[in-house]
Every structure is written in C-alpha cells, then in structure tokens.
Design a protein around this ligand. Structure first.
Ligand SMILES: NC(=O)c1ccc[n+]([C@@H]2O[C@H](COP(=O)([O-])OP(=O)(O)OC[C@H]3O[C@@H](n4cnc5c(N)ncnc54)[C@H](OP(=O)(O)O)[C@@H]3O)[C@@H](O)[C@H]2O)c1
Length: 242
C-alpha cells in the first residue's frame, strides 16, 4: 500500500486516481487550500463546482486553473456562508444542475476575527466555520446520498485543542469576546458535526471526515495581530492531555 507523509504533495496523493464522471463541490474556492483542492480534483477529471462569496475572485481563480489545465471542468457558484438565504439559493442552483454529488469539501474558514454578528445574529467565526457548512450539507444531502458512496470532508484544525464547544452560548451573547476561544469552539464544532453526520449517514453510504490540513501560509491569518499566535498556542493542553 502506498504511504504518504507530511512531505507528500496533493498531486502525488491523487496520481493514478480517475475522478471522471464525478462531481465535487468545494467551498472557499478563492484562496489557500480551496484553490489547491479545486485544481487537484479537476486535474483528476472531476467536475468541480467552485463555491465562494466573491464572484470576481471566483472568475479569476477559475481562469488561473484553466490556464494550467485547459481541459478542467469547472463551474463557479456564489454563496455567502454568513447569509442563510444565500446558502439556500446556492444549494438550489447546484441541485438544479447536478443530481449526484460525489464529494463535498466544506473548506472555508475565518480565524481570530473581531467579534461581529451577522444580520441573522450569529457570531462570525461560528457561522462561517461551522453553522453555514451544516446547512449546506443538509441541503445537498440528497445528491450526496444519490452519488453513493458520497463523501463529506470538513476542514477542521488542531484548533479544537483551544476550546471545547460552548453549547449554551455559541454566539457570545452573554460572554466577553475572545477571538481565539471562538475559533477553537468553531473547529471543535467541525469535528463534532463530522462524527455526528457520519454516524447518521454511514448506513446510506455517505461518509464524513474531518481533516486537519497542517499549518500552511494562506490568507487565514489575515486577522491575526502581534502576539495572537503565542496566545493561541498557550491554550493548547499539555501533550498527553489532548
Ligand atoms: N492554513 C492553515 O494553516 C490551516 C490550519 C488548520 C486548519 N485550516 C482550515 O483550513 C480551511 C481553509 O483555510 P485556508 O488556510 O485555505 O484559508 P483562506 O486562505 O483564508 O481561505 C478561506 C476561504 O474561505 C472563504 N470564505 C471566507 N468567508 C466566507 C464566507 N462568509 N462565505 C463563503 N466563503 C468564505 C474565503 O473567501 P475570500 O477569498 O473571498 O475571503 C476563502 O476562499 C479553514 O477551515 C481553516 O480553518 C487551515
């Protein structure tokens, strides 16, 4: 069996695998890991529905991938995870064109941003990193089940070590703002969602996985200020207590 480690590239992992005649929905397709995920899945032959909130960025990334891979089958879909109406519209448009979706990669994230609540009252990291993914997954579930064996991949993080999930006040209505704590809670939520989803859909052939991608220099750290990294790391429990 082929073995991979931290030095393996995505191209090496996917080498020899054909994803022809399958469809993958990748959210957060306009930056960092999302761009790379779209590029690699499309390179293996999948039709990739690239999802993100900024239409201009989506067009730009799509063109970049097509320059490298003119045969890539790509479709751009706008969706803002902080707006449930936008998620409903995007899911409906995706389902209109694709009745079977083999892979859903719930990838977008924001990290350590200041406390902001969306128009619908949700704390920004909680809704972008977790709640929006839950809604999108639920709306696309019929197409994921139809593509059996379907796969949901949720981008989690080692950030779950920063904080357990706070079930009584996920939106920080009664607590002081703590952007590192909030990121950790949202990443713990990713894992709890994955475990719960997999338990509920496994019998239908739909499996869910949570993936910590490692530490990669992307735009994720755009909100991080001096000292934030040390503050976050100090939250981690001692080795052996994780
Ligand atoms: N990079 C790391 O070291 C690392 C480590 C552990 C876990 N992760 C996880 O990996 C995932 C991807 O992170 P990344 O490093 O690739 O981050 P990134 O470069 O900042 O990319 C995040 C993506 O999410 C999109 N996004 C942000 N808010 C959104 C919203 N409201 N609706 C729809 N899309 C939205 C962004 O769109 P715009 O381009 O328009 O902003 C962008 O495409 C995240 O879940 C993160 O927690 C990353």
């Amino acid at each position: 069996m082929q073995r991979f480690d931290q030095t393996s590239t995505a191209d090496q992992v996917i080498e020899g695998i054909s994803l022809e005649n399958t469809h993958a929905v990748v959210t957060g397709a306009t930056s960092g890991l999302g761009i790379e995920t779209c590029r690699v899945l499309a390179g293996a032959g999948a039709t990739v529905i690239m999802v993100a909130c900024d239409g201009a960025k989506l067009r730009e990334v799509k063109e970049q991938i097509l320059l490298q891979q003119p045969e890539a089958k790509l479709r751009a879909q706008r969706m803002d995870l902080t707006d449930f109406g936008s998620i409903h519209r995007a899911a409906a448009e995706i389902l209109l064109c694709h009745s079977a979706i083999k892979r859903l990669v719930n990838n977008p994230g924001v990290m350590a941003c200041p406390l902001v609540r969306t128009a619908q009252g949700f704390e920004m990291q909680f809704v972008t990193n977790h709640l929006g993914h839950v809604l999108l997954t639920g709306l696309l579930a019929p197409a994921l089940v139809d593509a059996t064996p379907g796969r949901v991949v949720n981008l989690s993080s080692a950030g779950h070590q920063f904080a357990p999930f706070n079930f009584s006040d996920p939106n920080y209505n009664g607590r002081d703002d703590d952007k590192g704590q909030s990121y950790g809670e949202s990443k713990t939520a990713n894992i709890l969602f994955t475990v719960g989803l997999d338990a509920r859909t496994r019998a239908l052939g739909l499996r869910a996985f949570a993936v910590h991608p490692g530490v990669i220099a992307t735009n994720l750290s755009r909100h991080k200020g001096d000292g934030d990294y040390d503050t976050l790391m100090a939250r981690r429990p001692a080795a052996g207590a994780r």
